[in-house]
Design a binder for this molecule. Structure first.
Ligand code: DP6
Length: 418
């Protein structure tokens, strides 16, 4: 095991958006939830974390860099994940490099970890979910751990609850489990990303000045003070989980949308039922809800579902490309870009939806007519600048290894960030 070699692995892991929300823990340290939850994995082409993990006998401590900046690994959640995954490490042999690491060596070897989000960490887009999932997945590969994705999800869960759902693509359920040690609180895949590939997702990153309550402390306060949460966890969510699984299986968009919107609204109601109340949505979020509700109602059948996590950003799931392009026209009508923002940086991700919407440049945005469902309600207000940008994406795949060495975030000779 002596020598100056560095062995490393790079992985890419998606983020996910819950359509039946996780909110509330029954065990804070193990991160065990009070109810099951269901999520859609988002296409990593637009939202993902890339992580390189390296091991070398020359490293003298575990170190981590996030988006190029060194961060501390001292926190309990990092330590739990590292401890759990180290205990599952196996023999590793790399004949090409002449490296042999025995199972027992792993406890004395140190790690370097570099992680990078392809989206702004501060935008409030579940960066910890993709981050912990990627860390655990990459380390499992580096250490030749034999655990399957579900077993790995139970480790990622100990980094951040929602992270366990990022170990799979498509549609994922986090089963709350019953065991006290948390071994049965893990994620399973309900359907892969090809199962329902009509869906198109548009995320409105909403401008906000306010620092939000973190999910961790917010849900702690809810568990301590909200009676509505008890009713939700015991009576409401179990039924919704069954209905949501059915809706996903049958690609029943009407049920999917109704359940998704209701569950988001109930999650925010539970936040409001917390003492002191927690406000995650703002006026822009509420305007987006109203616009979607009005349009869905006027169409008779739902075209779009919306859901909001612990912040003001809206995640909208459109039934198909046609609905997504009509949604984008509506969103751009209500929330046009600022004068100094060009369209190319205002709509990011899969820009082809913009073509479908018949919008080539900013002049087309200015010429958009009011949506037919609001034409009678003159005047229709515009809220320029209230959305920072939109991300167009779709359901996506689970974690992958990146074999292309040029994508590694650590230098193969030194094990330090490139
Ligand atoms: C509103 O997974 O961020 O996004 O387990 O304390 O790290 P911790 O919380 P986190 O909470 C996510 C809450 C949510 C809903 C969801 O993703 O299900």
């Amino acid at each position: 095991m002596a020598g100056k070699w560095v062995r490393m692995v790079t992985a890419q892991t998606p983020t996910n958006i819950a359509v039946i929300k996780y909110w509330g823990k029954r065990d804070e340290t193990l991160i065990l939830p009070v109810n099951d939850s269901i999520s859609v994995t988002l296409d990593p082409a637009h939202l993902c974390t890339t992580t390189t993990v390296a091991v070398s006998p020359s490293f003298d401590q575990d170190r981590m860099w996030l988006n190029g900046k060194e961060i501390s690994l001292a926190g309990g959640r990092f330590q739990s994940c590292l401890k759990e995954i180290r205990s599952r490490a196996c023999d590793v042999e790399d004949e090409e490099k002449g490296i042999k690491i025995a199972k027992k060596d792993w406890e004395n070897l140190h790690l370097h970890i570099a992680s990078y989000n392809n989206f702004p960490t501060a935008a409030g887009l579940a960066s910890s979910a993709a981050g912990f999932a990627c860390l655990v997945f990459a380390l499992a590969k580096l250490m030749n751990a034999k655990e399957d994705q579900s077993q790995l999800s139970a480790i990622a869960r100990q980094g951040s609850g929602s992270a366990c759902r990022s170990l799979y693509g498509g549609f994922v359920k986090w089963i709350m489990g019953k065991d006290e040690d948390g071994r049965d609180s893990l994620a399973v895949q309900l359907a892969d990303e090809k199962h329902w590939d009509d869906l198109v997702i548009i995320i409105a990153v909403v401008s906000s000045r306010q620092k939000e309550t973190s999910s961790t402390s917010g849900m702690r306060e809810t568990v301590e003070t909200s009676l509505l949460l008890k009713h939700r966890a015991k009576e409401v969510v179990p039924k919704r989980i069954v209905q949501m699984e059915e809706a996903i299986k049958n690609r029943d968009f009407a049920s999917f949308a109704q359940l998704t919107c209701s569950d988001s609204n109930q999650f925010h109601a539970v936040c409001l039922d917390t003492s002191p109340p927690i406000f995650y949505m703002n006026d822009t979020s509420h305007r987006i809800i109203s616009a979607v509700e009005k349009w869905n109602r006027s169409e008779g059948v739902p075209q779009v579902a919306y859901t909001f996590d612990a912040g003001p950003n809206a995640v909208m799931i459109a039934r198909d490309r046609k609905a997504a392009s009509l949604l984008l026209r509506r969103l751009l009508f209500h929330f046009p870009p600022n004068a100094d923002t060009d369209l190319n940086s205002y709509i990011i991700g899969d820009k082809s939806i913009l073509q479908d919407a018949g919008i080539q440049g900013k002049e087309d945005v200015d010429a958009l007519p009011p949506p037919s469902e609001i034409k009678d309600n003159i005047p229709s207000h515009k809220f320029r600048g209230d959305v920072s940008y939109f991300i167009c994406t779709r359901p996506g795949r689970g974690p992958v290894l990146l074999s292309d060495k040029s994508q590694a975030l650590l230098n193969p000779e030194t094990g330090l960030p490139k």
